[in-house]
Design a protein around this ligand. Structure first.
Ligand code: FES
Ligand code: FE2
Length: 351
């Protein structure tokens, strides 16, 4: 079960192409994506209402989709507008159409009640196309449940063990976190003061290995699966803790985590930086460093999911530690949303 009344990232803008039908499962629902002749994206249930042939196997006729089996044709609202064998089109001859929006180079989809699909509810990822930043990202196929990745990003004590060649240093796990809640937002903050820079910040920030830095990791989760990290470092003792980051570098690690099925996830992410904007090799460097690290996370989460699936209902609950405070808060937020949606409480409409 997944929260329904939310915008999810469905695709990078370049993944949804003109003159092409593509199938992607989101929250266990197969969906066909395409672009209308004016370029606007369309998302329909990927199932013909007649005999359930995937519409993604069919043909685009202008703005409409023709099923490849017996030729039923649907318009972008999901309404059947042509049945080759008869003139009368019964009202039930339709498939579900999903609200879609393009923003921040992503195609967003609303999985719940279309009447509640307010574009203002799309999460803020302005760093993706803000002229004061440069960002580069990708989609990864995560072989695990989306909440495993939310846990992962809210508990960065794993950096020194999973990512020793990029993001990790020995000092991370021993520095405490603070955890805050603001409504459904969960914020985890960690400062690692006066300690050596990790390989990633040596490369991106130009710090020498023997030059200590004050490093920050400010992680914000919002439901259902968005995690934005404000990360960076500055020369030790130059005022970063009071807000002066002029002697350092700042980046945003941006994550939109979209459930595909209960055990697989579409992982959209990007790394943004606000320094050396005119040097694309820097954008590429920070992307590649994080990409290397995230493949390591995919390995860990895939094996976690393998164990969860293998043990099934016999899996005892994991033991929680202080480091899990953020992840546990995020899970509580999701549990409350699921309970509210089950009970028909329409919080998004009244928010
Ligand atoms: S299954 Fe689509 S027209 Fe028959
Ligand atoms: Fe990681």
């Amino acid at each position: 079960m997944f929260p329904r009344n939310y915008w999810y990232v469905a695709a990078w803008d370049h993944e949804v192409r003109r003159q092409e039908l593509s199938r992607r499962t989101i929250c266990n629902e197969p969906i066909v994506f395409y672009r209308r002749e004016d370029g606007a994206p369309v998302a329909l249930e990927d199932r013909c209402c007649h005999r359930h042939m995937p519409l993604s196997d069919g043909n685009l006729r202008g703005d409409n989709v023709e099923c490849i089996y017996h030729g039923l044709t649907y318009d972008p609202s999901g309404t059947c507008i042509h049945i080759p064998s008869q003139k009368t089109i019964p009202p039930e001859a339709r498939v579900r159409s999903y609200p879609v929006m393009e923003r921040y180079h992503w195609v967003w989809i609303w999985m719940g009640d279309p009447a509640l699909a307010d574009p203002d509810k799309i999460e803020d990822f302005h760093w993706m196309d803000d002229p004061g930043w440069r960002a580069k990202g990708e989609k990864l196929d995560l072989p695990g449940n989306y909440q495993l990745l939310v846990d992962n990003l809210l508990d960065l004590t794993h950096l020194q063990f999973v990512h020793p060649t990029t993001l990790g240093t020995d000092a991370i796990a021993s520095n405490p976190i603070t955890t805050e809640r603001e409504g459904d937002l969960v914020r985890v903050t960690r400062w690692i003061l006066d300690s050596p820079p990790p390989p990633f910040l040596q490369k991106a920030g130009g710090f020498r290995p023997d030059e200590n830095i004050d490093r920050w990791q400010i992680i914000e989760f919002t439901p259902p699966g968005f995690v934005r990290l404000d990360v960076g470092g500055a020369r030790a003792g130059t005022g970063a803790t009071e807000g002066d980051r002029s002697q350092g570098v700042t980046m945003r690690n941006l994550n939109a985590i979209t459930p595909e099925t209960d055990t697989t996830t579409h992982y959209f992410w990007a790394q943004a930086h606000n320094f050396k904007l005119d040097d694309p090799t820097v954008t590429d460097l920070v992307f590649r460093q994080v990409h290397t690290a995230f493949l390591e996370d995919l390995f860990v989460i895939g094996h976690q999911q393998g164990n969860l699936s293998a043990f099934g209902d016999d899996m005892p609950p994991g033991v929680d530690f202080n480091q899990d405070a953020g992840g546990l808060q995020a899970r509580r937020v999701i549990e409350r949303i699921l309970a509210d949606e089950q009970a028909g409480v329409n919080l998004r409409a009244t928010a």
